[in-house]
Design a protein around this ligand. Structure first.
Ligand code: COA
Length: 258
C-alpha cells in the first residue's frame, strides 16, 4: 500500500490524494514512485473510468517538487531522478481522463502536473505559479513546453520569468483552469463532472482523448487526417452501434467498452 497517496473509489471515479499536507503535498521521490505504480494499476482497471487528482488538507494541491531533495544534488543525480517514466508524461498520455481538483497552492511541479491532466477544476482559493526562477531553476516537469501550449507563450513567459503567483480567477481568464468554484463546493462539483464523463463509453473516451492530445503535436493537416482515421475506427466498435441504435430507439445507451 502506498504511504504518500490515498485512493478512494466512488462508482467509476477514483480520487487520488497526495497525502503530505505538512509539506504542502510536495512531490518527493516516494510520491512520484508510488504514483507511477498506482497509475499503472488504474490504467488497466476496468472498474475505473475517470481519475481525480488532488492534495490533502486545506492549503495545498501540490507546492511543487520537494525542494529538500535538491540540496547537494549533482546534475547526474538530478538526471537519474528525472529518468523516464515521469509522472507528467504518464499523466498526459494516460488512457483515461484525469481531472486535477485544485484545492490550494498549485506551484512548480504541482502546476505542471495539473497542466498534464486533461481538465482542471480549481477552488476560488487556489493560487498558481511557476516559482522555480526564485530557486535559480527553470520548470523541469514540462512547464516550459506544456504551459505555453495551454495559456499561450506570453502568459507562460510572464509566470515563468517572474515566478509570481496568480489567483484562481486570473488562472481561469488565461485558460490555465477550466472551472473555478467556491472552495466548499470543489469536491461535489468536481465529482459531478467526473461522474458525467465516467458514464460515457470508456473506449470512446480513450479515442477522443487520443485525438485531442494529438492536436498538441501534429500539424493541422496531419491532425485532421488522424481524426478522420480515428472517427472511422469508431465504426468498428460495439459502442458506436449501441450509441447510434439507442439514439434512434430513443433510449439511453448501455456502453460495453468494446
Ligand atoms: N518542498 C519541500 N517542502 C515544502 C515545499 C516544497 N516545494 N513547499 C512547502 N514546503 C514545506 C515548508 O518547508 C514547511 O515545512 P516545515 O513546516 O517543516 O518548515 C511546510 O511545507 C509549510 O510551508 P510554509 O512555507 O511554512 O507555508 P506558507 O503558508 O508560509 O507558504 C508556500 C506556502 C507554498 C507559499 C511556500 O511553502 C512555498 O513557497 N513553497 C515552495 C514553492 C516552490 O518554490 N515550489 C517549486 C519547487 S521547484
Amino acid at each position: 500500500m502506498p504511504e504518500t497517496l490515498l485512493k478512494e473509489q466512488i462508482g467509476r471515479v477514483v480520487i487520488l490524494t497526495i497525502n503530505r499536507p505538512d509539506k504542502m503535498n510536495a512531490l518527493n521521490q516516494q510520491v512520484r514512485d508510488e504514483m507511477l505504480e498506482l497509475l499503472d494499476e488504474i490504467a488497466i482497471d476496468d472498474s475505473v473510468g475517470v481519475v481525480v487528482l488532488t492534495g490533502a488538507g486545506e492549503k495545498a494541491f501540490i507546492a511543487g517538487a520537494d525542494i529538500g531533495e535538491f540540496k547537494g544534488r549533482s546534475p547526474f543525480d538530478q538526471r537519474q531522478a528525472m529518468r523516464s517514466p515521469r509522472i507528467f508524461d504518464v499523466m498526459s498520455s494516460f488512457p483515461k481522463p484525469v481531472i486535477a481538483m485544485i484545492n490550494g497552492f498549485c506551484l512548480g511541479g504541482g502546476c505542471e502536473l495539473a497542466i498534464s491532466c486533461d481538465l482542471r477544476v480549481a477552488s476560488d482559493k487556489a493560487r498558481f505559479g511557476q516559482p522555480e526562477i526564485n530557486l535559480g531553476l527553470i520548470p523541469g516537469g514540462g512547464g516550459t513546453q506544456r504551459l505555453p501550449r495551454l495559456v499561450g507563450p506570453g502568459h507562460a513567459m510572464r509566470m515563468i520569468l517572474t515566478g509570481d503567483m496568480i489567483g484562481a480567477a486570473e488562472a481561469k481568464e488565461i485558460g490555465l483552469v477550466e472551472m473555478v468554484v467556491p472552495a466548499d463546493e470543489l469536491r461535489d462539483q468536481t465529482l459531478e463532472l467526473a461522474a458525467k464523463i465516467a458514464a460515457k463509453s470508456p473506449l470512446t473516451l480513450k479515442v477522443a482523448k487520443q485525438a485531442v492530445r494529438a492536436s498538441q503535436r501534429l500539424a493541422i493537416e496531419e491532425g485532421i487526417l488522424y481524426e478522420r482515421d480515428l472517427f472511422c475506427l469508431c465504426f468498428s466498435t460495439e459502442d458506436k452501434q449501441e450509441g447510434v441504435a439507442a439514439f434512434l430507439e430513443k433510449r439511453p445507451a448501455e456502453w460495453k467498452g468494446r
